[in-house]
Design a protein around this ligand. Structure first.
Ligand code: GUN
Length: 294
């Protein structure tokens, strides 16, 4: 079997176009321009690329984009004061503080300081809790993008065995919670899981979010399974050049899986599209306007 390739780039383009139309309608009917602020502390090269892409996509969708760059020695108090200013700014409806933060800044304290209504990352404990119990919440962008691709491919997800490899607060845990909301039978696997290959082989839906290049091999995958690869790892090839690979060995997996997301061009573009969609949702909720479907 050769797997269907799930084209996240094309899917993300349709989501971004829809968000663009929603933004135009909000401006025309309500005089509302959704605004997103992205805060980057330090010079991590990967984070710089992500932040630049987020800013460009936000402007392209017709929204207000504010980018705040702070140097790597910025104190926690300074970051908190930026967050407080953005919380109080009525033209900003979404705030994203790019992670990871430098060691002197307490990540949890910063995430906790963001107004939950403006938490377009969905990382605040209020949003985590609200999502878990089924209340309206801001939902983390990467897991939301994965769910959208899965539903597009499989339709109703009820009853599928889903295995999430990785238990981070950013992806693994919220991913598992969203899959449970979709009525999947969910297993969260991690570095201490016994017989990880065997656990993965039980998955109809396999989500790889461990951050280890090509760790998941073809023979860990059930024939016909849908594989979503969240990993983005830069590796050095034999010729000394670098390339991006996922957490799944794509060449092996595509011979076994029913469908698979590539890296790059799978989950990554969907994350940014969902960030834009979350910003529109946040702006509508803050303005008391009925929110469009994501
Ligand atoms: N760093 C890597 N992924 C993310 C993300 O989704 N949100 C934020 N804020 N930082 C990240």
């Amino acid at each position: 079997m050769t797997a269907d390739i799930i084209d996240g780039k094309a899917f993300a383009a349709t989501v971004r176009a829809r968000v663009g139309r929603q933004v135009s309608a909000l401006k025309a009917s309500n005089g509302l321009t959704p605004g997103l602020a992205v805060v980057l502390v330090g010079e991590d090269p990967a984070s710089q690329v992500y932040v630049r892409n987020k800013g460009t996509s936000t402007s392209e969708a017709g929204m207000k984009s504010e980018e705040i760059r702070l140097d790597a020695t910025t104190t926690q108090a300074e970051v908190l004061s930026v967050v407080a200013r953005l919380n109080a700014d009525p033209s900003i409806h979404g705030i994203l503080v790019q992670l990871p933060l430098p060691a002197q800044v307490d990540e949890m304290a910063v995430l906790d300081a963001i107004d939950p209504a403006k938490d377009v990352d969905g990382f605040h404990v209020i949003n985590t809790g609200r999502q878990a119990v089924g209340l309206p919440a801001m939902v983390p962008c990467t897991p939301l993008g994965c769910i959208m691709m899965l539903k597009d491919k499989l339709g109703d997800l009820s009853g599928f065995n889903a295995v999430v490899v990785g238990r981070s607060n950013i992806v693994g845990k919220p991913m598992a919670s969203l899959l449970l909301t979709e009525n999947c039978t969910v297993t969260i696997a991690h570095s201490r899981t016994k017989d990880l290959p065997g656990v993965c082989r039980g998955a109809d839906i396999l989500i790889a979010a461990v951050g280890r290049p090509e760790m998941i091999r073809g023979d860990w995958i059930k024939s016909g399974a849908t594989v979503i690869d969240v990993g983005i790892n830069r590796i050095v090839k034999d010729d000394g050049k670098t390339k991006l690979v996922g957490d799944v060995c794509f060449e092996e997996a595509k011979e076994v899986a029913g469908a698979i997301t590539p890296v790059p061009g799978g989950v990554g573009p969907m994350t940014i599209a969902c960030l834009l969609a979350n910003t529109v949702t946040a702006a509508c909720r803050q303005a008391g306007i009925e929110e469009p479907d994501v």
